[in-house]
Design a protein around this ligand. Structure first.
Ligand code: KIV
Length: 309
């Protein structure tokens, strides 16, 4: 890629007929919240993927994905923390802004990080507004049920679309007994479904179900009018997977619900190793990769340098 790529058309200012640098998106319209609800009614599955930077946003745009989530999973996948808990609003905001620059038609969702919304409705609204106003997000996502439904309601009342997240909620995984499937007893499953219904009543426009038995998701899906987006939750109104998992960017294993659609770590490693080897061997840069200067100009330069000592 050139160091100075041409500017992409991004964000709400890009018209429906404009495309991102030749990507075949010209006639696609940005997905709206009413269209999201209509997709559940029509039975056409929604595709969501996490996305954390400008180059991946451009791929998400071109691949005709419906929703891009700047998940707080960025804490682990991009920033190297060992859980999602430490990531800050400022850290996620920077990623949301980068993704916004590369997206036009998918809905851009931003996760509200741990500690940035739970304490009060006012805190939740102020944080959500930052993600929309500064980051350019179309909607925000928060984790959990119970009192979190009140935070969702407060945000939705300000006109910001909100997405819920139930089942395995990584921000509070310690309280749930670790990163493990939820809703595997009737009591637990009922709690998951009740949380989802409360989030819908609070105004959430869709709800992520994570690591929940497929049969529980199926029952919940029938009860809910808003789309259920599954991750490790079986068939739903849509699916979400983490970018690094889909592409095989890490050497370590993924949860059982992850399907890897590529194994990109090995070719990336090999490319960097070949580059390093060629630099060390003096093979790169060869003349193909260097600028030339007119020999006369070069001679003049040598004379002047000699003269100036
Ligand atoms: O943070 C994240 O990536 C998520 C998805 C796994 C749904 O919340």
């Amino acid at each position: 890629m050139s160091a100075h790529p041409p500017q992409a058309q991004t964000g709400p200012s890009a018209g429906a007929g404009e495309s991102l640098q030749g990507a075949p998106t010209a006639n696609r319209l940005p997905l709206t919240i009413p269209a999201l609800l209509e997709r559940k009614r029509s039975g056409q599955p929604l595709v969501m993927v996490t996305c954390y930077d400008y180059p991946s946003a451009r791929i998400v745009q071109e691949a005709n994905v419906d929703l891009a989530l700047v998940g707080d999973s960025a804490a682990m996948t991009v920033l190297g923390y060992d859980s999602t808990v430490p990531v800050t609003v400022e850290e996620l905001l920077m990623l949301v802004k980068a993704v916004r620059r590369g997206l036009r038609t998918p809905l851009l969702l931003a996760d509200l990080p741990f500690g940035s919304y739970e304490a009060s409705d006012q805190l939740a609204v102020l944080t959500a507004q930052r993600f929309v106003k500064e980051g350019g997000a179309d909607a925000v996502k928060l984790e959990g049920g119970g009192p979190i439904a009140d935070r969702a309601r407060a945000i939705a009342h300000t006109g910001i679309p909100v997405v819920g997240h139930v089942g395995l909620t990584p921000q509070t995984a310690t309280a749930l007994g670790g990163f493990k499937a939820q809703g595997r007893t009737a009591d637990q499953a009922l709690a998951v479904v009740e949380d989802a219904i409360a989030l819908q009543q609070a105004g959430c426009c869709c709800i992520v179900f994570e690591a929940v038995p497929a049969a529980v998701t199926a029952l919940a899906r029938d009860q809910l009018e808003v789309p259920v987006i599954g991750i490790g939750a079986g068939p739903a109104d849509g699916q979400v997977l983490v970018w690094h998992d889909i592409l095989g960017l890490y050497e370590w294993g993924s949860p059982r619900f992850v399907k890897r659609y590529a194994q990109l770590r090995a070719p990336m490693l090999e490319a960097v190793q070949r580059y390093a080897a060629e630099v060390r061997a003096g093979e790169f840069p060869s003349s193909d990769y260097t600028y030339s200067i007119d020999p006369e100009q070069l001679e003049q330069l040598s004379v002047r340098l000699r003269r100036e000592g």
